[in-house]
Write a protein that binds this ligand. Structure first.
Ligand code: UT7
Length: 338
């Protein structure tokens, strides 16, 4: 028997802001309607982080604090915090550094990872590698985005989709072979043209002109992204099953990125999974970018059983996409409500 160390998810935390922005609220702001948004995307409402100076780290902190409380550890025990985000508090320093300070995670190092909607999946693979190496015992992987900071609420093509939130998991060494099993991650930078933020980076620093031209907001060619997303997420999920000699019957849950219900359905169909095995909370939170996957785990945690095979799949800006196979390590009784 091998003594290979695997990285198990041993706690889940989440945070969504109180304030809701419903489809009916949006009807008053842009030329849209509840029926169009629900049938074309699946979204009914999203959460918005309000308050001057409130930033992505202010959602990371409660999510990680909850995770620590559930696991019964102090933030000082965290070795490393990775935050997948495209809406960091600042260009620098990293949101992870700021969050560690606010949490009192004095012994942790950390960094932000930019992979848009695949940010959590990319971060999970890196976090798992840190555990598997044997060097670190407690790595927190977080997906968090304050999308409302980069959305133009006069653009009906984007403002109807996105919302704010944060989710986090704790990774710890496991000797029963549970946890992160396999991962296929992909990227294609030629997709940048279809989904990006034009200004605010080194290519086009902020200027009066860039602000007036509304270039500090998400630019998305929805139809083009949709086509790549359907193919990318379905292909990679099917490939992951195949290379692990699994079929849909072996999978307990699909945890898909919550960008559009139609993309989720296409991925589930391709994997041969009935709807009952698919985590869907897009109707309540919209697309929270890097936070969608951990927020699903947060919502479904009490239904997950030790040994369940779970596939996490995402597609996002970059383009970036991928799928990860996880063998769940906790039983519902391990999960204490905080
Ligand atoms: O998470 C990161 C990755 N992102 C994604 O995966 C997003 C992928 N894309 C999508 O989810 C979809 O493309 C959108 C939800 C963004 C848009 O849906 P669509 O079905 O592709 O709409 P469309 O852009 O093709 O527009 C269809 C029609 C157009 O009207 P005509 O030309 O057919 O008369 C639009 O003008 O719907 C109109 N439309 C709207 N109508 C009401 C576009 N946006 C809206 C709106 N409300 N908000």
């Amino acid at each position: 028997m091998s003594n290979k160390i695997t990285a198990a998810i041993t706690a889940v935390g989440g945070y969504v802001p109180e304030d809701k922005l419903t489809n009916f609220d949006l009807e008053k702001i842009v030329d849209t309607n509840d029926e169009w948004i629900r049938t074309r995307t699946g979204v009914e409402e999203r959460r918005i982080l309000k308050g001057a100076g409130m930033a992505t780290s202010d959602m990371v902190v409660p999510a990680v604090r909850q995770l620590c409380e559930k696991r019964g550890i102090h933030p000082e025990e965290i070795d490393c915090l990775i935050v997948g985000t495209v809406t960091p508090d600042h260009v620098f320093p990293a949101t992870a550094n700021i969050a560690c300070d606010k949490l009192g995670a004095k012994n942790a190092w950390g960094f932000d990872l930019s992979a848009a909607c695949s940010g959590f999946l990319y971060s999970l693979t890196i976090g798992a590698s840190l555990i598997e190496s044997g060097r670190y015992k407690k790595v927190v992987v977080c997906g968090a985005d304050k999308m409302s900071a980069i959305i133009d609420y006069t653009d009906r093509a984007t403002c109807i989709i996105f919302g704010d939130g944060a989710g986090a998991v704790l990774l710890e060494p496991n000797e029963e072979g549970l946890g992160i099993q396999d991962s296929i991650l992909k990227s294609d930078g030629s997709g940048c043209q279809f989904l990006h933020m034009k200004a605010g980076g080194s290519k086009q620093p902020a200027s009066t002109e860039s602000v007036l031209a509304k270039e500090h907001f998400v630019y998305q060619e929805g139809q083009a992204v949709f086509k790549f997303a359907v193919k990318g997420m379905a292909d990679v999920s099917a490939e992951l099953l195949e290379r692990n000699n699994l079929t849909g019957d072996d999978i307990s849950w699909l945890v898909p990125h919550q960008a559009n219900l139609r993309i989720i359905d296409a991925t589930a169909n391709r994997m041969g999974l009935p709807k009952e095995k698919v985590m869907i909370n897009i109707q309540r939170y919209g697309n929270t970018t890097a936070a969608t996957l951990p927020l699903c785990l947060w919502d479904w945690e009490s239904k997950l059983k030790k040994g369940d095979n779970i596939v996490l799949a995402a597609f996002g800006g970059g383009f970036t996409w991928g799928a990860t196979l996880v063998k769940w390590a906790m039983t519902a009784s391990d999960v204490s409500e905080v």
